[in-house]
Structure formats: C-alpha cells, structure tokens
Design a protein around this ligand. Structure first.
Ligand code: FES
Length: 190
C-alpha cells in the first residue's frame, strides 16, 4: 500500500515538472536572419565587369556567336546586340502573304509575313520537326532551294545558323518569317 502511494506521488510530481517545463518554454530564441547580409557581402566581393552575361553557364556557358572581343567600344557592343536580336514579328503592321512550296509535303501554301514557316506547316497538320522553337537548336532546320535564306525569310532569333549556312539556303523554320515566295525542303540540316 505504501509502495503504491509512493509510486503515485512520484508520478504526480513528474507530471507537474513536465507541465511546468512546457508551460515556461525552453527560453530559446531564433537569432537575426543574416542571409541577406551574407548575400550582399558576397555580391560586393565580385568585381563589376562590362562583359555581357554568358547565356548559360550551367551547361558550359561561354559567349554566344558574335561575342564581343576585348577592346571593342560600347557603341560597337550595342550595334552587335541589335543585329543579333533579330526583329519583332508583333511589330509588323502590314501583313503580306507569300506562296511557299513545300517540296517534301507536295503542296504550295500561303504563309503570312507574321507567321513562321513551322506554324504555317503545322496549320496544315504536317508533322514537321522541331524542339526548342526559339532558334536555339537545329531540329527545325530546312533548306530554301532558291538561294541565300536571308533573301526569302527573316529570323526573329537565330543562335544556331552561321552566315555561311544561311547563305547556303538554310533557315530555322520555328523563327523564320517569309519576305518573298520560295521553295523549301523541310527536315534538312547543314
Ligand atoms: S526548333 Fe530549335 S531552332 Fe527551331
């Protein structure tokens, strides 16, 4: 009997101690958030440069085609950027239409000057090749049979084809907008 009473008393005291402990809390407080300070200090330690940001450091980086050589003036840098930027198809005010013959598909269709060759082909339900749709790979490349590509299309962006390849008639259909009539072979890469 005495043992049971002692056990109950012990349990009761333990319970009271636990309740008091949690009711009071541990007294621990989180310190100030220093992550912003750390970031600012690290940013301040990196020297400023005038070099353009590489496109994608995660996959090897490096400057894009036509990168700026050391020593070129700022004006030259701006000129080069605007050339690489292509044109904005949304800025076309007067839409024109051109007859384009797709030899492999065996059909001639009308393509608007504010529509890409790829989009026009897809409207015909043709299964044309593509991947990035941004002028950054070669999946959608095609060959214009009539001469240098730039005489027949404008690219809104082109990070892939060289001048020589375009002179040889190659274009990227996902970013190529027609400016004249021509014959094209889809699925052709330089
Ligand atoms: S799909 Fe990649 S460049 Fe056209």
């Amino acid at each position: 009997m005495v043992q049971t009473a002692g056990l109950l008393l012990g349990l009761g005291l333990t319970l009271v101690a636990v309740v008091l402990h949690f009711a009071r809390g541990t007294g621990w407080q989180a310190g100030d958030d220093i992550s912003r300070d750390v970031l600012e200090r690290r940013a301040a330690s990196v020297p400023e440069t005038d070099f353009p940001e590489p496109y994608n450091r995660g996959v090897g980086g490096g400057a894009p085609a036509g990168a700026i050589a050391a020593g070129e003036s700022e004006a030259e840098i701006e000129d080069s950027d605007s050339e690489d930027a292509g044109f904005d198809p949304d800025a076309i005010e007067e839409v024109e239409y051109y007859e384009i013959e797709f030899t492999k598909e065996g059909k001639t269709i009308e393509v608007a000057s504010n529509e890409t060759i790829l989009e026009a082909g897809e409207d015909e339900d043709w299964d044309l090749p593509y991947s990035c749709r941004q002028g950054q790979c070669l999946s959608c490349a095609a060959h214009i049979d009539d001469g240098p590509a730039e005489e027949f299309v404008r690219h809104s962006n082109n990070d892939t084809l060289s001048e020589e390849e375009m002179d040889n008639g190659y274009c990227l259909t996902c970013v190529a907008y027609p400016t004249a009539e021509f014959t094209i072979e889809t699925g052709e890469q330089p």
